[in-house]
Design a protein around this ligand. Structure first.
Ligand code: AMP
Length: 215
């Protein structure tokens, strides 16, 4: 399947994407994961992106488009892809539309995960993430704690609170989402691709998406 996952930070894009990859071998592409990996590696990209991310601001479109222009042409995308956290602005959506047109790739849908603000705030303040850039498994201290406190079940690395998941940065990220990313729902409605899913249960969200794409 070839999907865009839209929704506020904490709406469940990453969790749902991970579950969908297991269905048909589509690859999850998370720009947030790519950027966090670059920050930890201390690469040029990471150094440039770090300040924006820490503040809860968006990284400039040109940087993101540079990454995604290449990533979408890698061989593993041939089985399908789940875009998690990209596009996040109208210029990114327009650039993606042009790129996919050039590559002759048709999207199945833009899935918009609609979750109430109080649920989002609760999820983000209790979320913890594996610090290993190659793993980045997501935990929640209330609903999905690691088996051993502070240690990733999958790779044994420390599980930490993300730098941009302080109360201040979360507030900024949600404001940024409302201002810059929420308008993408209108963009994809216009393209005939928008599919809203409003459930806080990932089982229900996955089932609705699979129903939509006919799997
Ligand atoms: P995420 O893990 O998707 O919440 O992304 C974490 C941070 O990475 C965001 O708050 C932004 O600073 C940056 N980021 C991720 N994806 C994008 C994007 N498509 N455009 C701009 N900035 C992004």
């Amino acid at each position: 399947m070839r999907l865009i996952l839209l929704g506020a930070p904490g709406a469940g894009k990453g969790t749902v994407a991970k579950r969908l990859t297991a269905v048909d071998g589509s690859v999850q592409i998370s720009t947030g994961d790519i950027l966090r990996g670059a920050v930890q590696a201390g690469s040029e990209l990471g150094i440039e992106a770090q300040g924006y991310m820490k503040r809860g601001d968006l990284v400039p479109d040109a940087l993101i488009l540079g990454i995604m222009g290449k990533r979408l042409q890698e061989p593993d995308c041939a089985n399908g892809f789940l875009l998690d956290g990209f596009p996040r602005t109208i210029p990114q959506a327009e650039a993606l539309r042009d790129l996919l047109r050039e590559l002759g790739i048709q999207l199945d849908a833009a899935i918009n995960l609609v979750v109430p603000r109080e649920v989002i705030l609760d999820r983000l303040t209790t979320r913890r993430t594996c610090s290993n850039p190659k793993c980045q498994e997501i935990y929640n201290i209330k609903s999905k704690p690691p088996k051993q406190e502070g240690i990733c079940d999958k790779c044994g690395s420390p599980v930490v609170q993300r730098e941009d998941e302080t109360e201040e940065a979360i507030g900024k990220r949600l404001d940024t989402y409302n201002e810059k990313t929420a308008p993408l729902a209108g963009f994809y409605e216009g393209e005939g691709l928008l599919f809203d899913v409003s459930s806080t249960s990932s089982d229900e969200v996955v089932a609705a998406i699979l129903g939509k794409v006919g799997i």
